[in-house]
Design a protein. Structure first.
Length: 78
């Protein structure tokens, strides 16, 4: 499964800028609908477009590897 590391990037940006960021502010600045960003943050396995990934990378000034990570699915319990 792909996991978005948006919360981590928001926390890092908040630390650097010494201020709080809202999801709405990030969405607006990145040009992404707030609901889409919220789903990327909170919904496991959410599927989004490469355009949204590109916009977030531009906003956070990061590489795509810093925005997403692959997490292997857990094997079902037997």
């Amino acid at each position: 499964m792909i996991r978005f590391k948006i919360k981590e990037l928001i926390a890092k940006k908040e630390f650097v800028e010494e201020r709080r960021l809202t999801i709405g502010e990030v969405a607006s600045a990145a040009g992404i609908h707030r609901m889409t960003l919220s789903k990327m943050i909170n919904q496991r396995g959410y599927n989004t477009s490469t355009e949204n990934l590109s916009r977030l990378c531009g906003y956070f000034d990061c590489r795509v590897e810093e925005l997403v990570e692959y997490v292997p699915d857990r094997a079902p319990s037997e």
